[in-house]
Structure formats: C-alpha cells, structure tokens
Design a binder for this molecule. Structure first.
Ligand SMILES: [Zn+2]
Length: 241
C-alpha cells in the first residue's frame, strides 16, 4: 500500500522497527527483517524521501514489512539539507501526534503534498514548517478558533486580541476574566497577526509560505501545540550549521 516512512529504529541485530503512514490504514508499526544487512534492497528505498509501495504482512503480535518499492521519490529534497530538515520535522510530528491506525486519506495527502511542495519550491522559509504544524493539528481535530472570540463568540475584527490555547484560539483582550489573571500560554495579538495565523492555516503551501511571519504568530502555534500534545518546544528550528 502507498506509504510514507515516518521513522526507523534499530531492533535486534539485523532488524528495524519501521513506522509508516499508509494511505489506506493510517499509521502502521512494522518490523523489517534483515534490513540492516548491507545486501538489503529495501534499506535503500526506505532512506530516500518520498512515497513508497509497502508490502505489509499482518502478524499476530507485530506486522512485517516484506518489501518496499519507490513510487515517487523527492530527489531534490534528498539533496538539500534545509529541505530535508523540514521534511524530517514533518514526519516526526506526524509520528508523535498520530497514535492509532485509522484510515485518513486527507492526512496522507497533507503529508505528501507538503513533501511535493518542499521538493519543488524555490525557497523554503520557517513558515513552511509552522503552516504544516497548524494544518496537521487542524486535521487531528484541534483547529484554533480564529474568526470569532473564543470566550464571548463575538466577531474579532479590529480589536485588541489575545491568543489563549486553553480557550481554543483568539479572544478579545477584554473578555479575559479580570480576577484570575492571564491564562497560561496567552499571547497578546493584533488583527494583522491574527490574519497571518489564518493564512498559515488556510492558504495553499505556496501562498502561505511566501513570506515570513512575526514571532508572536510562531509563539501562538508553539503554545497551541504544547497545549494539545503535552510536548514542549517541538516547533521547527533551523539546525545550527
Ligand atoms: Zn469576546
């Protein structure tokens, strides 16, 4: 079945645990026997970023990965460390946030379309990774409220705003309860910043990553991710050269 390799981990002397995101059955954990031997044909195909056809044999306790064939390889991505870093981040995020196996064609398409974008775009900005993070959270059912106040339900336009992860998105500054203090992870927001967040969530890859966005927007995505995943500081950062 069509799959993207999310992660590989050594297991026993010659075997590896391979986590796949499959188009038909979602996340799958498989055991690839003998894949660490230098003669293994499958090992090469597992290394190249892209879409593979995976032959999976369901087992009683574990599933086995019998063979892998490349279907669409992201060649340009493979040869460019900046692109590869963002791709590896996206794969890791899916591996961390998606736990159960369930069919989700849209999530598969989200991941694949991001890979295709990284493989073909002229320039890769940090906002690519942030847009992916936000879209993945939305796909998993954690879409931030960006149109109406998450506290009173009123329209947000033209107001002094605040992003509150525990409320589920943007709110009027004045709607925060006066006596309990500012909720954890809240970030003061302007309407312009709110618009950037909306664009990262809804625009196509090419459109939403055409320009950089402000630190407050990154911070909002970071605290929203932390709130829903209980993981801190897993926003994408460029590695130091
Ligand atoms: Zn309000």
């Amino acid at each position: 079945m069509l799959s993207v390799v999310l992660a590989r981990r050594d297991w026993r002397e010659y075997d590896q645990l391979i986590t796949l995101y499959t188009r038909e059955t979602g996340r799958r954990q498989t055991v690839a026997r003998g894949v660490k031997k230098i003669t293994s044909k499958n090992a090469t195909h597992l290394d190249v970023p892209g879409i593979v056809e995976a032959d999976i044999l369901p087992g009683k306790e574990v599933d086995y990965l019998l063979a892998v064939q490349p279907v669409d390889s992201f060649i340009r991505l493979a040869g460019d460390w900046r692109r590869l870093c963002v791709w590896n981040f996206a794969r890791r995020l899916v591996e961390q946030l998606v736990r159960e196996s369930a069919e989700d064609h849209a999530l598969f398409e989200l991941l694949v379309s991001f890979g295709v974008y990284l493989n073909t775009a002229e320039q890769i900005l940090l906002s690519a990774a942030d847009s992916f993070t936000l879209k993945l959270l939305a796909r998993l059912g954690f879409s931030p409220e960006l149109e109406n106040c998450a506290a009173c339900g009123g329209k947000l336009v033209g107001e002094r705003l605040v992003f509150v992860p525990s409320l589920g998105g943007l709110a009027h500054w004045g709607c925060l309860p006066a006596n309990t203090g500012t909720p954890l992870g809240s970030i003061p927001f302007s309407e312009a910043q709110a618009q950037q967040l909306r664009e990262l969530l809804t625009h196509s890859w090419a459109k939403c990553v055409a320009r950089s966005h402000c630190p407050e927007v990154r911070q909002a995505i970071s605290s929203f991710l932390a709130y829903h995943s209980e993981k801190k500081n897993i926003l994408f950062q460029w590695p130091t050269e």
